[in-house]
Ligand binder design. Structure first.
Ligand SMILES: Nc1nc2c(ncn2[C@@H]2O[C@H](COP(=O)(O)OP(=O)(O)OP(=O)(O)O)[C@@H](O)[C@H]2O)c(=O)[nH]1
Length: 349
């Protein structure tokens, strides 16, 4: 690590595709790193501000609400000058600035434009990127979620030679992997040892350079391994190729879309989960997360879906009458059947 890096506030960037387990990892860091002043910056795609709410509700001693900053004005990699840099400067200018900043990117963000932002004059002498941690959804790799279909790519390239990928998921995933200083292969509980071995080999093969890889469940990795990598990633951009290098980081987000659907009070938890799973399968939804109320239950039901895999918990008391209507963020590839999904979710499961 250079001498200059030692005097700058270290920043850790947590990236990884939708639902890989970034917020889960971050919660683990905050739980284990009590006593350290860590500021958290969260950016979500199609936000209801759920990640920020989950982190604020972590109940960790010493973790103050104003240490968690949400950037909801679109993709963090595209709003660098307007939103991101002023946020960083404000953190640094606090009377008690953080010892470490952790940024959770949206699952669709490209890390490289964000890394480049740390070269801007207002922050480059005050912050350094300690490391980029890429959280990888191991079962998603096992099922070939990010794999290109070589035949389809060849056909499309024949029609349009300038084409990069037929699979926008592959492109985002590869950019995120390319930026990594550390890869956390998460959700290993969902794979057999043989499957995990295959996935690990596949991820190592895809990574552009040999970086450390750690297997994890529920993001449980010692924060001492995650924080303090000392990579100075902003000074090492050439080692982190991006599909958008030729366009100087310019990229479109219209490969993906999202909306917030309202859901009525549900009759049962099981019925609602079945409804959500059916919708995810039928319309190829990538990610759903949100809240609903269930008849006769005094608590709010929080649901999280990655593909067709859902988790739920009753997370907080409902405020009388106010929250009967639930809200679910729905994220998918361009062409998502919004009206059909809204209609399906407007029925009570
Ligand atoms: N089975 C299993 N589920 C996990 C694991 N880690 C996280 N999850 C679940 O996966 C879902 C998504 O986790 P998050 O931490 O919200 O993922 P994320 O990457 O922050 O999601 P986005 O911000 O929407 O991209 C949640 O339901 C988690 O509880 C794991 O190791 N195993």
């Amino acid at each position: 690590m250079s001498a200059a890096a030692l005097t700058r506030v270290p920043v850790t960037i947590i990236t990884g595709f939708l639902g890989a387990g970034k917020t889960t990892l971050l919660r683990h860091i905050l739980h284990k790193a009590q006593g350290h002043r860590i500021a958290v910056v969260v950016n979500e795609f199609g936000s209801l501000g759920i990640d920020g709410e989950i982190l604020r509700g972590c109940g960790i001693e010493g973790c103050r609400d104003d240490d968690i900053v949400e950037l909801t004005n679109g993709c963090l990699c595209c709003t660098v000058a307007d939103d991101f840099l002023p946020t960083m400067e404000a953190l640094l200018d606090r009377a008690d600035p953080p010892e470490h900043v952790v940024i959770e990117t949206s699952g669709l963000a490209l890390p490289k434009p964000l890394l480049k932002a740390f070269g801007w004059p207002t922050v480059r002498n005050r912050m350094t990127v300690d490391g980029v941690i890429t959280v990888v959804d191991a079962p998603a790799i096992a099922t070939g979620r990010f794999a290109d279909d070589p035949e389809a790519v060849a056909q499309q390239r024949a029609a349009d030679p300038s084409l990069d990928h037929d699979n926008p998921l592959a492109e985002v995933f590869e950019d995120q992997l390319n930026a990594a200083d550390l890869i956390v292969l998460n959700k290993t509980d969902l794979l057999s040892p043989q499957e995990l071995e295959r996935v690990e080999a596949e991820v190592r093969r895809l990574a552009p350079r040999p970086v450390r890889l750690i297997c994890a469940t529920e993001g449980k990795v010692d924060p001492a391994v995650l924080l303090g990598i000392g990579a100075e990633a902003e000074a090492d951009l050439a080692a982190r190729p991006s599909h958008h290098d030729a366009e100087d980081g310019e990229h479109e987000h219209d490969d993906f879309e999202s909306f917030v659907a309202t859901v009525p009070e549900q009759t049962s938890v099981e019925g609602f989960l079945t409804l959500l799973q059916d919708v995810a399968a039928k319309y190829d939804v990538l990610r759903m997360k949100g809240f609903a109320s269930v008849a006769g239950k005094p608590m709010r039901l929080a649901v999280q879906g990655v593909g067709t895999r859902f988790r739920h918990e009753f997370d907080r008391p409902l405020t009388a009458g106010a929250e009967c209507t639930g809200r679910i963020v729905v994220i998918g590839e361009k062409g998502l059947a919004e009206s059909a999904i809204r209609a399906a979710l407007s029925t009570a499961g």
